[in-house]
Design a binder for this molecule. Structure first.
Ligand SMILES: [Fe+2]
Length: 329
């Protein structure tokens, strides 16, 4: 299936995977790959990252959650953003994400290695990381935008353009067959930029529809053929909408890909925020089993229902969305 955006002719460099569930597997449209030359300067805009797709074309894919693959003819187009050499320097100088416990992870087949094994005196030890990489483990680092200005600029632009949350992660692997995770899906939409080395991506359908983190556990498709199976080369872009089951394998050399995460707000997020706000009211914190007898459970129930309705009526989604990108990460 071939798509154009906004009625325009389809981009001849893009491969979009059309969804035709449940009748058959997704069919990929294979198109030309003679992409124009790009500069080696670090792209710090959304348009620069997704080129030769236009920003409007990309935002259309994002809105429709369409899996898309954009081979790049210029292998070094993302190299100046953040390669393994630059990441090593950042780690050696102590300039790396560490605000959250899982900002850096060492993993293999979805199992995490305790941080004590790759840190020394509480600091990430690059020599130990290199040993794990050589043994087929993957290093995952998220929230790199807090340390890399070009990535911060991209995330700021995404927040402004889409009103969605955005952050950047990197996955580093070394050696054939290394896989950071088993078949899984991410609830966030992801733009994958292959920076260096190669990585085989396999995507399995059907996707989980409109996933949200913390929703009930889903089972991966069993024994199905992948709907996408490509080895990403440096300069390639892959858009993996949230909910697509996938697994990756690195090639023979060090492989680095960046993932730009998009976190859209949903009604559930709005309702959750509302629920959290109730904690500031004693009415919702009073133990229902310890009422003093002067007030009955039925009266409390009426009071709670009335307050819930009142707060729900006050909900304004436009105000919620306007604040979302500042808090979503
Ligand atoms: Fe993933």
């Amino acid at each position: 299936m071939r798509y154009g955006c906004d009625g325009s002719l389809p981009n001849p460099l893009l491969r979009v995977v059309g969804r035709v569930w449940p009748e058959e597997l997704l069919a990929m449209t294979a198109l030309a790959s003679d992409a124009p030359t790009t500069t080696s300067d670090a792209p710090s805009t959304l348009a620069g990252l997704v080129s030769p797709l236009t920003e409007a074309e990309f935002l259309g894919l994002l809105r429709r959650r369409e899996l898309a693959y954009q081979p790049g003819a210029s292998g070094d187009r993302y190299a100046s953003l953040l390669g393994w050499s630059a990441l090593r320097c950042m780690i050696e100088s102590g300039n790396y994400p560490s605000k959250r416990p899982d900002d850096i992870r060492v993993t293999k087949d979805s199992h995490m290695v305790p941080s004590e094994r790759w840190t020394t005196d509480g600091k990430v030890d690059i020599a130990k990381l290199a040993e794990f990489l050589a043994a087929g483990f993957s290093v995952v680092i998220v929230h790199l935008e807090e340390h890399v200005p070009a990535l911060a600029a991209v995330c700021d632009e995404i927040r402004m353009r889409t009103l969605e949350g955005s952050f950047v992660g990197a996955v580093v692997t070394s050696g054939a067959g290394a896989g950071a995770f088993k078949v899984h899906y991410d609830p966030e939409d992801l733009v994958i930029l292959q920076v260096e080395g190669t990585k085989r991506w396999q995507i399995f359908g059907p996707p989980v529809s409109n996933p949200v983190r913390r929703m009930s556990k889903q089972s991966p498709p069993d024994g199905t053929e992948p709907i996408f199976d490509e080895v990403l080369e440096p300069g390639d872009l892959l858009f993996v909408p949230g909910g697509n089951w996938h697994r990756c394998e690195s090639g023979l050399s060090t492989s680095v890909h960046l993932g730009i995460f998009f976190l859209p707000p949903t009604g559930w997020h709005a309702a959750s925020q509302l629920t959290r706000q109730f904690l500031s009211e004693e009415l919702f914190r009073t133990p229902l089993t310890r009422l003093d007898g002067t007030i009955g459970l039925e009266a409390v129930e009426e009071e709670i229902k009335s307050r819930l309705v009142e707060r729900i009526r006050d909900l304004k989604l436009n105000e919620f969305i306007a604040e979302w990108s500042k808090v979503a990460y």
